[in-house]
Write a protein that binds this ligand. Structure first.
Ligand code: LLP
Length: 427
């Protein structure tokens, strides 16, 4: 529900978006900090109200920068990183290294060395090569490291229509069915330098119901129980990954974020009771569900093209460089006019960007009132995987990002300059 002020301007976090556009230029990412805090606290409080030990670990890949990591630290969330670059940023922001967990199917030796040196809390081992690589790094440094390892639970892609990463045919993790997961366990517990804290799985992203998570919990506890019987080994922590869906358009109807947590916790409790397995600490790694709906992109409308009886194109000053998701995944978004309230009857238009590519479409079809050049168009729920996947295609500049809260705006990433564009070029 969009809020407009007396000037009939869209406001976010108590800030007038027309003022923000003037101050920082467009395209502009505006993040509602109160919404981020609410989501972060919602997850924590749900776990706590259910009386289970937990860790809520934000998936940095959805959006990160120094200010975001500072906010996570304030809200007592951990973070999941997938590169040394994310570790570097988190640490520069003052994030405690022990609250960082490091993922990835091909962490380089340099990255592992860096993570170990920085004291990263948990490294999530993804494959056999990494067991050896990390072990060698630790031997060199004469250090120990807390680890988890990632299991592909083989949640059937046929029965669940998700963007699955937990299926058998995946580049991530150890397969359960072929015995690889068990082999990994044996290798890891045999290595004194690898201090095993638990297991991880992640079944996919933008998931709307609890079903897939319940299936994954069942599979995970089944294998854990097998290991308890076989090796007398039980885990401290069970990390169920992220993937909770959000609302991009009205048609999207995901469970509330807290409902995912409740479903997971109840399923884990249920399975543990059934199998007489000690209740582990439960970890989750939400990215999108914390940050997506907090973000709005403000664009300025430019040219329009009406092809009679065919289509009406509205061009804005950004596009696939600041949000590649529509082009890459056919992702749907919603938006509206932000700088005035129009009572004119809407027309169906296609909102496109300024990039030299026909696929540079932001919204395929949307009903908007007649727009004029310099109108502001607010595209909603752009907070996840928008800026983080931004690029300099056509040498366009990456936008600025502002955090707004209680009527205050704070620039957290400045707009790129032309000088930035050539800063890496060598003559
Ligand atoms: N944990 C692991 C191990 C992951 O691989 C991911 C996402 C997450 C957590 C966070 O998932 P989330 O809660 O954000 O759904 N670029 C794509 C999404 C890729 C997600 C990759 N892994 C997009 O724009 O939709």
């Amino acid at each position: 529900t969009a809020k407009f002020n007396e000037q009939e301007h869209l406001t976010i976090g108590g800030c007038d978006t027309v003022d923000l556009a003037e101050k920082y230029g467009t395209p502009l990412f505006v993040y509602d900090v109160a919404h981020i805090r609410e989501r972060a606290r919602g997850f924590k409080q749900t776990f706590n109200s259910l009386g289970v030990k937990n860790k809520v670990i934000y998936a940095s890949k959805a959006f990160c920068c120094l200010a975001m990591y500072k906010l996570l630290e304030e809200e007592e969330l951990g973070c999941d990183v997938v590169s040394a670059g994310e570790i570097y940023t988190a640490i520069k922001a003052g994030m405690s290294p022990e609250n960082i967990e490091f993922h990835g199917n091909n962490k380089t030796k340099e990255e592992l060395v860096y993570a170990v040196e920085q004291g990263v809390g948990t490294i999530i081992i993804d494959n056999f090569y990494e067991i050896e690589l990390l072990s060698a790094v630790l031997k060199e440094k004469n250090q120990k490291q807390n680890v988890m390892f990632r299991i592909t639970p083989g949640v059937d892609a046929e029965t669940h229509e998700y963007i699955l990463t937990g299926q058998v045919d995946s580049k991530f993790g150890f397969d359960v069915n072929s015995g690889q997961a068990t082999e990994a366990l044996e290798k890891i517990i045999a290595d004194d330098r690898l201090v095993l804290k638990g297991v991880h799985c992640h079944i996919g992203s933008q998931i709307f119901s609890a079903e897939g998570f319940l299936a994954a919990v069942e599979k995970m506890l089944l294998i854990l129980n097998e290991w308890k019987t076989k090796f007398d080994y039980t885990v401290d922590s069970l990390n169920m990954g992220g993937g909770f869906g959000v609302q991009y358009t009205e048609a999207d109807d995901p469970l509330e974020p807290e409902a995912f947590v409740k479903a997971i916790v109840n399923a884990v409790k249920g399975q543990c009771e059934l199998l007489d397995y000690p209740l582990p600490e439960i970890w989750i790694e939400p990215g999108r569900s914390i940050i997506a709906e907090a973000g709005t992109t403000i664009y300025t409308v430019g040219s329009q093209k009406v092809i009679p009886n065919v289509r009406h194109y509205v061009s804005v000053d950004g596009g696939m460089g600041d949000n590649i998701r529509p082009a890459l995944y056919d992702a749907l978004y919603d938006g509206f006019l932000a700088n005035r309230i129009s009572t004119e009857s809407p027309e169906t238009v296609r909102v496109v960007g300024k990039y030299c590519e026909s696929g540079d479409i932001l919204i395929k079809e949307i009903d908007l009132p007649p727009l004029k050049p310099e109108d502001l168009f607010a595209m909603t729920s752009t907070g996840a995987y928008g800026y983080s996947m931004a690029n300099n295609y056509n040498r366009n500049l990456k936008p600025a990002v502002v955090f707004v809260e209680n009527g205050q705006d704070k620039l957290v990433i400045r707009r790129e300059t032309y000088a930035d564009l050539i800063s890496l070029d060598c003559e």
